[in-house]
Design a protein around this ligand. Structure first.
Ligand code: VAH
Length: 320
C-alpha cells in the first residue's frame, strides 16, 4: 500500500476523505495535513502534519518523512471567501497546485488528486445538463482559479506524463464537518437550523437550482477515480460529476416531509450573484462511461440521512 498525504485534510471533504481512506487502507498509511489541527476523530485516528499548502519545503519534508507516493490536494479558498480576498484566493489555489504538480513531475510522488469544482462554469455555459466540454467563462476568482488549475493539470499530464486526476465537485452536503466559505453552504446550514430552531433564512433565493451531492458519494467518486486504471482516465483537465440538482425551495419541501413544522424564508445576499453565474444541472456521463461513476444518494436519501445523523450529533453536543 502506497502511503498517502492529504493536503487540506481538515476541510469539509478532506475530513471525511481521511476517515474513509484510513478505514480502507490502515490509519498509518494515510497522513493528514492542514494549516491547523482538525476534529478529535481525525486527530486521534492517525498521523497528522501541520502544513501550509503553499509551503513547498513542508510538503517535501512530509513526503520524505512518511515515504508518501500519492497526494490528494483538497486545500482551497472557496467561492464566497475568494470574492472577499481575490489575490489570497488565487495564490492559495494556484501556488498549492503548482507545487504538487512540480513534485509529481520531479518524481517525488507517483499519483496526484486535485479538487476542481462546478464553479469553472459561468454565465455563458449551458445552464442545464452542462456538458463535460463546453463554454467556460467563470466570473468568480474561485472559478477562474479552478479552470486555470484544470489546464495546468492537463499540461503536466501531456508534457511530463504526470498522473493527475480531478473532479469538478458540485455542492457537497455533509453532517460531520461544516463547510467553510462556499455558496452552496446553505444546503448544510439549513439542516442544523431545521433541527435546532425549526426555521432557516436562506441566503439564496427560493428558485436557485444548483448541482449538489451527498458527501458519501463525493468520497466514493474521489477514491474511485484514484483507483481507476490510468488508461481509463481520458479527461486530464477535470471530470464533471453530479448526483442531483435542487433549489432551496425543493430542499425545504423535502425537509418538511420529515419535519413538517419547518419554515424557510429567503434573504439573498452577495452569494446570490455567484450562484446565478453557475449552472443548474450537470451532465456527468463521461465520468460514468470512463471510470464507472454512479451516485448512491438522491435528494430524499440525502435528507433522511442528514436529519437522522445530525439529530444524533446535536443531541450528543447538547449532552456535553
Ligand atoms: C462553494 N462548496 O460553494 C463550494 C463548491 C461548487 C461549489 O465548490 O464554493
Amino acid at each position: 500500500m502506497s502511503k498517502v498525504l492529504i493536503i487540506g485534510a481538515c476541510g469539509q471533504i478532506g475530513t471525511e476523505l481521511i476517515l474513509k481512506l484510513r478505514s480502507l487502507y490502515g490509519n498509518d498509511n494515510i497522513i493528514a495535513s492542514d494549516i491547523k489541527e482538525g476534529n478529535e476523530e481525525l486527530m486521534n485516528s492517525g498521523p497528522f502534519e501541520t502544513i501550509d499548502a503553499t509551503d513547498r519545503e513542508a510538503i517535501v519534508k512530509a513526503i520524505e518523512k512518511h515515504q508518501v507516493k500519492e497526494v490528494y490536494l483538497m486545500a482551497a479558498m472557496l467561492s464566497a471567501t475568494a470574492e472577499k480576498y481575490p489575490i489570497k484566493g488565487w495564490d492559495l489555489n494556484m501556488d498549492s497546485l503548482l507545487i504538487v504538480l512540480e513534485l509529481a513531475k520531479d518524481k517525488y510522488i507517483d499519483k496526484l488528486y486535485w479538487a476542481s469544482s462546478m464553479a469553472v462554469f459561468g454565465p455563458t455555459s449551458p445552464k442545464d445538463s452542462t456538458p463535460q466540454a463546453t463554454i467556460m467563462e467563470p466570473t468568480t476568482v474561485y472559478g477562474i482559479s479552478k479552470l486555470t488549475g484544470e489546464h495546468w493539470c492537463n499540461y503536466y499530464h501531456n508534457r511530463y506524463g504526470v498522473d493527475v486526476r480531478s473532479i469538478r465537485y458540485p455542492g457537497i452536503i455533509s453532517w460531520k464537518t461544516l463547510p467553510g466559505g462556499g455558496t452552496t453552504d446553505y444546503a448544510v446550514e439549513i439542516f442544523y437550523e431545521a433541527i435546532s430552531s425549526g426555521k432557516y433564512e436562506s441566503f439564496l433565493s427560493e428558485e436557485t437550482t444548483l448541482p449538489m451531492m451527498y458527501m458519501d458519494d463525493a468520497i466514493k467518486a474521489t477514491i474511485g477515480i484514484m483507483n481507476a486504471k490510468a488508461e481509463d482516465i481520458k479527461v486530464r483537465t477535470s471530470y464533471n460529476l453530479s448526483a442531483m440538482s435542487f433549489s432551496p425551495k425543493e430542499l425545504a419541501e423535502a425537509i418538511k416531509n420529515i419535519i413538517p413544522e419547518f419554515e424557510i424564508s429567503y434573504k439573498p445576499d452577495s452569494r446570490q450573484a455567484i450562484a446565478d453565474s453557475w449552472t443548474r444541472s450537470i451532465d456527468d456521463s463521461v465520468a460514468r462511461q470512463d471510470w464507472k461513476w454512479q451516485n448512491d444518494f438522491d435528494l430524499n436519501d440525502m435528507v433522511e440521512t442528514m436529519i437522522k445523523s445530525l439529530r444524533i450529533k446535536l443531541s450528543k453536543t447538547e449532552a456535553k
